[in-house]
Design a protein around this ligand. Structure first.
Ligand code: GRF
Length: 208
């Protein structure tokens, strides 16, 4: 059986990438990581991938900085790299760059992102701090398909996490992160099993 080929996009620490690698190794996610791509050089996520013997690519945003549409030009390079590695599902795992239609149109409903809040609440940066400052008592994490809006695509899975008295952005982030590490691999496995269908905003999960 051919394994689902993943392209994982990262920018930093790479703990979600690690969770995916662990679950693949454990056999709970039936997929293979074809390539790990970063827009930042020398980040821990790339080191983790290399230690694991995975193919890594650093795509330097500066290489397209002088083009008329740098964001689109960057995503064109990204797209070519993903296609070169025959990637079937793109996973944004702490990828801190907005993706454009260049990528989205070619990988419609085949790009997933993990966000550390219960969307549609608190999209964008610093979601855990946004949640704390708003005073919510429950937050969590969301895996969604990527569309052109910021963190607005169809929701695949969510997990709730309590906000506790005295929480800081760090303590809440840590509690949410633990759940992220279960949620993202789970969403990838559902995709690998062909159980996800998108109808408008709604993602249906077929029972087996
Ligand atoms: C995670 O909190 C994820 O939800 C957000 O960025 C963070 C990435 O962490 N999109 P890591 O690089 O996977 O450790």
């Amino acid at each position: 059986m051919n394994m689902l080929r993943l392209g994982v996009l990262v920018s930093g620490r790479g703990s979600n990438l690690q969770a995916i690698m662990n679950e693949i190794e454990a056999g709970t996610v039936k997929a293979e990581i074809a390539v790990v791509i970063s827009n930042k050089q020398g980040v821990p996520a790339l080191e983790r991938a290399e230690r694991h013997g995975l193919t890594t690519v650093f795509l330097d945003p500066k290489s397209v900085a002088d083009t008329p549409n740098p964001r689109q030009a960057y995503d064109q390079k990204l797209l070519e790299t993903l296609q070169h590695h025959q990637v079937q599902l793109v996973v944004l795992a702490g990828y801190m760059k907005i993706v454009t239609s260049v990528l989205i149109d070619s990988y419609e409903s085949r790009i997933m992102n993990i966000h550390p809040a219960l969307l549609p609440s608190f999209p964008g940066l610093d979601a855990q701090r946004q949640a704390l400052n708003h005073g919510v008592k429950v937050s969590g994490c969301t895996v969604h398909f990527v569309t052109e809006g910021m963190d607005t695509g169809p929701i695949i899975l969510q997990r709730a996490v309590p906000v506790e008295e005295g929480d800081t952005a760090d303590t809440l982030s840590e509690r949410i992160l633990k759940e992220e590490h279960g949620l993202l691999p789970r969403a990838i496995q559902l995709f690998a099993e062909g159980r996800l269908t998108v109808e408008g905003r709604v993602v249906h999960i077929r029972d087996v």
